[in-house]
Design a protein. Structure first.
Length: 617
């Protein structure tokens, strides 16, 4: 007699193995994904019900979430809810990627499961829901009482944290997500900017159980676009715009460069569809102006009766001659034959989605695709084959670090055309953006060191997150100290420190000898950039000292750490010259296990979550 259960037992039902094989078949590395998934499952097995996965912007987090979902389903978690920003484009983009992965069961939008005729039962479900109060409440009504749920919160630092925490109230989204998690559900936040989740104590996540998702080997991120050495040759083209001026004329230059670069690439190898992102202010009126200008430029190129036809083609020829000398004819030939194969897409909250398919902007369908927008494309949305980014923003007020890190839409896989990529941006904005990433990298290194709660950095120009989201009851900020990974102290390091060389050379030598984890290049860049005015006298590299003399204040000899700090108590005993800003010192234990400690005496503040610090202490 036929028995369906016999068939079920013999099926190879490893969804996880299927996804790993799928990704590897596309010649993609899966080491970081596998490591991340394993650490998440370890957390859940150890009853760690609320934690964060952090990684770089646009570094493959969607593939990781697909694979993590597959493993959770394999391990008999029945309901996986993927939360997304209240953004239809982001919802459609992510659910399409999940569906194309052939994961089983097929993912459903929340609206597909709330019908009374749909029975949740004991089946497996992947449900996508926007962080919208109406959508969340309907989903809670349907599955709120179900156990064994895992909530994967994509872009978790957006909307989920409680921005009313200092008013002893809860924002609606924060309250509803907490209800969705319930008493026995699990919460996994996923983001490139986790500071808000820490400083807000969102859903009581504990930073000592956060999971570091490393970028894949083909990723181009902050080390490419915000490289530490300003003097080194950039692997892409940085075009500085004036801080003030006639923006339309600079937009026209970027537009012509885009047409030229696409024409060169497509006339030199197999044809691809490329995109240009005009990422300007959040004001919709400005987007309309940008749209009118781009329409005007395209019209002038493909309408020979246009009064500006010959003039603009002449400008295009000169741009081609300047960028690719000797290839002008083939560039003009391709452009002339294909300029009518273009698409202009306005992506903002007033766009009529009935008439505009946003996916044709994120995955371009024409050789010349130009996307215009502001806040709606500032995070989460990935732009394939992005060749030029024209980025301008008003920064009269303090920069919010997490917001600007998310706006780095140029990050991602840019193999095959990185040398032709262009970032058009005002110089002061670029420099401040660069500083955001320096602060961010230092904070991430403080997490990876495993020595205490993260230290989030800010100064007069940059806040780590919006102040309303900081849990001020559990917030400590000062010019404290941070430390990095443990290493074995030897005579070579001591000799370098005690040598007569300049402090800059000493630090470079030590970093070359030890490596990035022990003395991060981001720290050295921060020190050097901040020392241009005061030079050598702004830095003190103290002679290494044993920590064995400390016997109070929460000393952990094996971990080379102390709750009350090691470096600050040492330097606070001495009056240093007023232009001394950077203090570095090695502390070691009786087994010569050592750490580098760093403290800044200037205007930079170190923001720490006292509540999370207690988990380390």
């Amino acid at each position: 007699m036929f028995d369906i259960e016999d068939f079920q037992k013999n099926l190879d039902s490893s969804r996880y193995k299927f996804q790993i094989n799928r990704i590897q078949s596309e010649n993609k590395d899966t080491d970081a994904i596998e490591s991340t998934v394993n650490k998440c499952l370890d957390n859940l097995a150890n009853q760690k019900k609320s934690f964060v996965i952090y990684g770089e912007p646009q570094s493959g987090k969607t593939e990781m979430m697909i694979t993590l979902t597959a493993k959770l389903l394999d391990d008999d978690y029945k309901i996986i809810v993927v939360l997304l920003n209240d953004n239809l484009e982001l919802l459609d983009q992510n659910i399409t990627r999940f569906t194309k992965s052939n994961i089983s069961p097929s993912p459903k939008k929340y609206s597909e499961v709330i019908d009374p005729e749909v029975t949740i039962g004991n089946n497996s479900w992947i449900i996508f829901c926007k962080k919208n109060s109406g959508d969340l409440q309907k989903l809670i009504d349907k599955i709120g009482k179900k156990s064994n749920k895992v909530i994967i919160d994509d872009e978790a630092d957006y909307a989920s944290p409680n921005s009313k925490i200092n008013k002893d109230e809860k924002t609606k989204i924060n309250e509803l997500v907490e209800k969705l998690i319930g008493n026995d559900g699990s919460y996994i936040g996923v983001t490139a900017t986790p500071a808000r989740l820490d400083l807000n104590n969102t859903f009581d996540n504990e930073t000592d159980h956060w999971v570091d998702f490393k970028p894949h080997t083909k990723y181009h991120g902050q080390d490419v676009f915000f490289q530490l050495n300003f003097e080194a040759k950039r692997p892409y083209n940085l075009v500085h715009l004036p801080d003030e001026g006639d923006i339309p004329s600079y937009l026209k230059t970027a537009f012509l460069n885009f047409v030229v670069s696409v024409s060169y690439l497509n006339s030199s190898s197999s044809e691809k569809n490329y995109s240009m992102l005009v990422h300007t202010s959040g004001k919709k009126d400005d987007h309309s102006k940008d749209l009118k200008n781009i329409i005007k430029y395209f019209d002038a190129l493909y309408t020979d009766s246009n009064p500006g036809y010959k003039k603009l083609w002449n400008d295009l020829y000169n741009s081609a001659k300047n960028k690719f000398p000797g290839h002008e004819e083939k560039i003009i030939s391709y452009a002339l034959s294909n300029i009518n194969r273009h698409k202009i897409i306005l992506m903002n909250s007033e766009s009529d989605r009935k008439n505009v398919n946003f996916s044709h902007g994120t995955t371009p369908m024409c050789p010349f695709t130009i996307v215009i927008g502001g806040n709606i494309i500032s995070r989460g949305v990935t732009f394939e084959n992005l060749l030029i980014m024209f980025f301008t923003r008003d920064i009269k007020h303090k920069m919010q670090q997490d917001t600007y890190i998310q706006r780095a839409r140029m990050f991602g896989t840019r193999h095959g055309y990185l040398e032709h990529f262009e970032l058009h941006i005002p110089k002061s904005l670029f420099n401040n953006w660069h500083q955001c990433f320096v602060f961010h990298r230092l904070a991430i290194e403080s997490i990876r060191s495993g020595n205490g709660a993260p230290a989030w950095l800010g100064d007069r120009k940059i806040n780590p997150v919006a102040s309303a989201s900081m849990d001020k009851l559990n917030l400590n900020f000062d010019s404290g100290e941070m430390s990095f990974a443990i290493f074995d102290l030897d005579s070579k390091i001591k000799n370098i420190i005690l040598s007569s060389e300049s402090n800059f050379h000493k630090l470079d030598k030590i970093r070359d000898y030890l490596g990035e984890d022990y003395l991060p290049g981001h720290l050295l860049s921060f020190i050097k950039d901040g020392s241009k005015e005061f030079k050598e006298q702004s830095i003190i590299i103290h002679e290494p000292s044993t920590m064995m003399n400390y016997n109070s204040g929460g000393v952990d000899y094996a971990n080379v750490s102390r709750q009350r700090g090691l470096l600050r108590p040492a330097i606070n005993k001495i009056d240093y010259p007023p232009d001394t800003y950077h203090h570095l010192k090695i502390f070691y234990n009786d087994e010569n296990k050592a750490r580098f400690f760093y403290s800044y005496a200037g205007t930079v503040k170190f923001y720490r979550n006292v509540k999370n610090k207690a988990h380390y202490d």
